[in-house]
Design a binder for this molecule. Structure first.
Ligand code: BGC
Length: 756
């Protein structure tokens, strides 16, 4: 419906009808206005399957929902690093929504994985904002190509479950921009989601759903968001301030309480009716984007969509280790499948994204036509301690086989929406089982089912590890096909696996700040921290093996020098040197050389997944602009590039850099600086053009030359000179003023000159 018609419609609405439009009719529907022919539409979870509830609603995933298809959770699908795959997921979900008459699917969930403990990491994509925002954009485009809306969530800085409804995320401006806003920015700007979900938490003290700075100034005015903002379910604190700040739709229903507050606020002049009108227009605009493009012929084909779920899982699972090519197995080998999850896989997380799956395939079921598979349960999902009988049976199976596959993972009670994990360990009984199996069998592969990293005390002794995360209902098919080589794995980790929880930068304070979350680590999250500190990790960001090999060569940059307003073309040749087809994720990182202030050692600035036949090679090209070199400058309130040298790194992971070349980037922007009596001489020396003014005031001081070049020349004359220079660098102008007995007027005149 065009903007004018929508405005007309809103003009015909009574104040009460308009206030009513701003909250749900019930748990999942907007209100209708029958008098004007405005119907009610439905919103549903999301994000990795359709959780449409027909009866009474709940946002905890406890009540029943229609039989649907459970796709891999965000932790796994992100490991595909494959935009096409996420687009396909989106298209599939969009079609399911059309078939089920759902106007908006509540996803993608795209918060940054700040700590491995966040109970909801399984739904989120990455510790890196580029991966997160790019994959989310593809998902959004996919869903919306079917004329169904998305709701990127949870905006903003909602990175833990502990006190998630009330706590304040205390984050500095630069960190917000570089990580937490950046995770949403690209997706909002490029994929234009129809809605955005405001999160439960506060951001620097102000509820996200009342935060004008982010809901209006950044989201709408800066990024051009033109849909409606919906509250997370129950995230409204004060309705009228929320409305003024930019929160359009409250979900679920407030049973009329908040609608009345809106009416009163307009009547008593507290709320400008214009604001209410704009809100209704935005809600109606999005509703009609859907209503006018209903696809009555859409069919929810569960069989077909199950196959899509399988394909995504296959493209995403990460082969973490494969010593001596233990994998893939041959179907003639006798293989023992050991572990509860071989038969009853854990394939999705708990909470609002919980899908009522129509069909779940375990690895054991996928292997049913293979007579060479033995099975032993090994442990039960609900136990911490070992059951000796189960261990004995498992050891026997491992002994009889050529190799064993241990299907390990986190029980559902360990991780879910609503609470954070306490540690990063697997249940004790599983680690002990590994030890027992290793005593009788050296050819062991571990297959993991978990929503977030786990410690692996046995990693050195296990030749092969396959990370299958929470892989959706086709989990077993994908695992089986990878284990036996029908599929060549190509997933890469979208997060670092630290050796132990204590290595994570947030460890000392995560979940230990009372209600609040203080982001003390700043921009040093995930590999940005581990790599800057050159710490040993279990598996680095971007890591993942293949059954074939890739060789990189001929890195070329279009220039050796550039301005921050130019773009740089980067190309590299990748060759499949093995003897089977495979896919590789080519990763480009940028590393500033000798940064003057805190910067991550390197940051991912581009990536591309490519498919290569044996012997085939391909040139992969990237274009880098200012953002690739920039950090957020809090003086400019903008992105800024420091002039200097930057290394362009091409890697197979953040720790496996295979090609690199430097480029000199020159900034075209000067960061403003106001000189005062307390400015140091160092600040003057940084700006050679200011030297004249200072020389006029002080000349040379007690034999210490004022200009750094002379100091450098004379440095050979003894350490003393360097010491004197350092003292001068950190001395404020006022210290010299007193020392030389200079008059105030003279000083003011020089400061004025410096500030010209
Ligand atoms: C979750 C959202 C979800 C909503 C509706 C909330 O508790 O945080 O992600 O979309 O419930 O179920």
């Amino acid at each position: 419906m065009d903007a004018e018609k929508i405005r007309d419609l809103v003009k015909q609405m009574t104040l009460e009808e308009k206030a009513g439009m701003c909250s749900g009719a019930d748990f999942w529907h907007t209100k209708s206005v029958e008098r004007l022919g405005i119907p009610s539409v439905m919103l549903s979870d999301g994000p990795h399957g359709l959780r449409k509830q027909e009866e009474k609603g709940d946002h905890l995933g406890m009540g029943d929902s229609i039989e649907a298809v459970c796709f891999p959770a965000g932790c796994l699908s992100a490991s595909s690093f494959d935009r096409e795959m996420l687009r396909k997921l989106g298209e599939t979900l969009g079609n399911e929504c059309q078939a089920e008459n759902v106007s908006v699917i509540l996803g993608p969930a795209m918060n940054i994985k700040r700590s491995p403990l966040c109970g909801r990491n399984f739904e989120y994509y990455s510790e890196d904002p580029l991966v997160s925002t790019e994959l989310a954009a593809a998902y959004i485009e996919g869903v919306q190509s079917k004329h169904v809306g998305t709701s990127p969530k949870h905006f903003l800085a909602n990175n833990q479950e502990h006190y998630r409804l009330t706590g304040s995320s205390e984050v500095d401006e630069r960190t917000l921009r570089e990580l937490y806003l950046a995770s949403f920015e690209g997706a909002v700007k490029n994929a234009k989601p129809w809605t955005v979900m405001g999160s439960y938490n506060r951001v620097n003290g102000v509820f996200a759903t009342e935060n004008k700075k982010y809901l209006t100034d950044v989201l709408r005015d800066e990024w051009g968001f033109d849909g409606y903002v919906v509250s997370d379910w129950g995230a409204v604190n004060e309705r009228v301030p929320g409305l003024k700040a930019g929160l359009d739709l409250e979900m679920p229903s407030s049973n009329g309480v908040n609608d009345r507050k809106i009416v009163e606020a307009v009547q008593n002049g507290e709320l400008d009716e214009e604001i209410l009108d704009r809100t209704c227009e935005r809600i109606l605009d999005v509703m009609y984007r859907y209503l006018e493009n209903r696809d009555e012929n859409a069919v929810f084909d569960r069989e077909k969509d199950h196959d899509t779920a399988e394909k995504i899982a296959e493209e995403s699972m990460v082969l973490l280790k494969n010593d001596d090519g233990l994998l893939p197995f041959d179907k003639n080998q006798k293989i023992a499948f050991i572990g509860h999850y071989a038969k009853e896989p854990r394939y999705q997380g708990g909470g609002s994204s919980h899908i009522h799956s129509s069909r779940v395939v375990s690895a054991l079921e996928a292997a049913k036509e293979n007579d060479n598979i033995l099975f032993a349960q090994g442990f039960t999902d609900d136990a911490e301690e070992n059951d000796p009988a189960l261990v004995e049976e498992a050891v026997k199976a491992a002994q009889q086989a050529d190799a064993a596959v241990l299907f390990l993972g986190l029980p559902e009670r360990y991780e879910s929406e609503g609470f954070d994990r306490k540690h990063m360990k697997l249940p004790k009984c599983q680690n002990r089982l590994v030890e027992e199996i290793l005593k009788v069998q050296k050819n062991v592969a571990v297959v993991l089912h978990n929503g977030s990293p786990v410690e692996m005390p046995w990693a050195d002794q296990i030749p092969a590890i396959l990370e299958s995360y929470l892989a959706g209902e086709a989990v077993g098919d994908a695992q089986y096909r990878i284990l036996f080589g029908d599929v060549n794995p190509s997933g890469k980790l979208a997060e670092t696996f630290p050796l132990r929880l204590e290595d994570n930068p947030t460890y000392p304070y995560y979940g230990r700040e009372g209600e609040d979350a203080v982001y003390r680590e700043g921009v040093l999250v995930g590999y940005r921290y581990y790599d800057t500190k050159h710490m040993k990790v279990l598996f680095p960001f971007g890591h993942g093996l293949s059954y074939t090999e890739f060789e990189y060569s001929d890195l070329e940059l279009s220039a050796e020098k550039m301005k921050d307003t130019d773009t740089l073309q980067v190309s590299v040749i990748v060759k499949n040197t093995g003897n089977r087809a495979g896919k590789e994720v080519v990763q480009l990182y940028v590393a500033p050389k000798d940064p003057e202030f805190v910067r991550p050692e390197k940051e991912l600035r581009a990536f591309e997944k490519i498919s290569l036949e044996p012997g085939e090679s391909r040139k992969v090209t990237f274009t880098l602009g200012k953002r690739a070199f920039a950090y957020w400058n809090v003086m400019l309130h903008d992105w800024h590039v420091v002039s200097g040298e930057y290394e362009i790194l091409i890697g197979k992971s953040s720790r496996d850099i295979v090609q690199q070349k430097a480029v000199q980037v020159e900034s075209t922007v000067t960061v403003p600086y106001t000189f005062t009596k307390n400015s140091t001489f160092g600040e003057i020396f940084k700006r050679p053009e200011k030297m004249q003014a200072v020389m006029e005031l002080f000349g040379a001081m007690g034999g210490v030359p004022m200009d750094p070049d002379t100091v450098k020349e004379q440095a050979g004359e003894g350490e003393n000179m360097e010491m004197m220079q350092a003292m001068l660098m950190y001395s404020p102008i006022r210290s010299m003023v007193g020392f030389m007995g200079l008059e105030d007027e003279k000083v003011e005149a020089v400061l004025a000159k410096l500030n010209e």
